[in-house]
Design a protein around this ligand. Structure first.
Ligand code: ZN
Length: 234
């Protein structure tokens, strides 16, 4: 067991080194820019959807213009065919309605033009920002790589130490379990009992569990599955 705990201590150093890379400023910035890039892409999709909407509305407006053109022809025809005092007021009314419809349509189209200009402007802005973000994230990625290269020989040395210790492990079954849990992302695997709490997940352990642990010396935590050791420092 002593050897396994020594290995765990070495693995802990590897974890710390990897964390150093993950928590370095370049990594933090890189994650930030990555999030920004994703946000930007989502925004682009939104703008595209808005643009498609505008195109659809333009087509609808176009169809309406055709209809007005048709109406105008009808009014013109009526005007020339049978103009008399009875229908002159209807004709004036029809013409006024047509003029009203057309100016409303004109306002709508102007509004669409304004909106599309805004989309073009926003897309250009966004595109510039994304290009900038891409440039930055490439720089950060390089810095992270450099940091990783810095810690790589240290990690390699520790891995070597672990390899030398492995043949000395007596409880092969326990060590296999250790490796299996470590690979599953559960680390540290062996944790101390801290008062009546699990030294891994900090859950309070029932008194009968603690009692059992006193005799068994080692039991898996019912909550996080880590192996709790009684009176042994991890
Ligand atoms: Zn636990």
């Amino acid at each position: 067991m002593k050897t396994i705990l020594e290995i765990q201590k070495l693995d802990r150093q590897i974890y710390a080194l990897n964390r150093e890379v993950d928590k370095c400023q370049a990594s933090v910035n890189f994650k930030e820019y990555k999030a920004k890039l994703q946000e930007g892409r989502a925004r682009f999709e939104q703008l595209e959807a808005q643009a498609n909407d505008i195109i659809k509305n333009f087509n609808i407006a176009n169809n309406r213009f055709d209809k007005y053109r048709g109406n105008a022809d009808i009014v013109k025809k009526r005007n020339s065919d049978n103009i008399n005092l009875d229908n002159i007021s209807t004709l004036i009314q029809d013409t006024n309605d047509l003029v009203g419809d057309l100016s409303e349509e004109n306002r709508r189209v102007e509004d669409l033009v304004r909106k599309s200009e805004e989309i073009v402007r926003k897309s250009a802005e966004l595109s510039a920002k994304l290009t900038e973000a891409k440039k930055h994230s490439a720089v950060y990625k390089m810095q992270i790589e450099k940091k990783r290269e810095e810690v790589a020989p240290k990690i390699a040395a520790i891995v070597q130490q672990i390899k030398e210790l492995e043949p000395k492990v007596e409880d092969k079954e326990k060590y296999a379990k250790y490796k299996q849990m470590k690979e599953a992302g559960i680390f540290p695997v062996f944790v101390p009992l801290v008062d009546n709490f699990c030294g891994g997940c900090s859950v309070e352990l029932p008194l009968n569990f603690v009692e059992k642990l006193k005799t068994a010396k080692m039991l898996p935590c019912e909550h996080c599955n880590r192996i709790i050791m009684y009176q042994t420092k991890a």
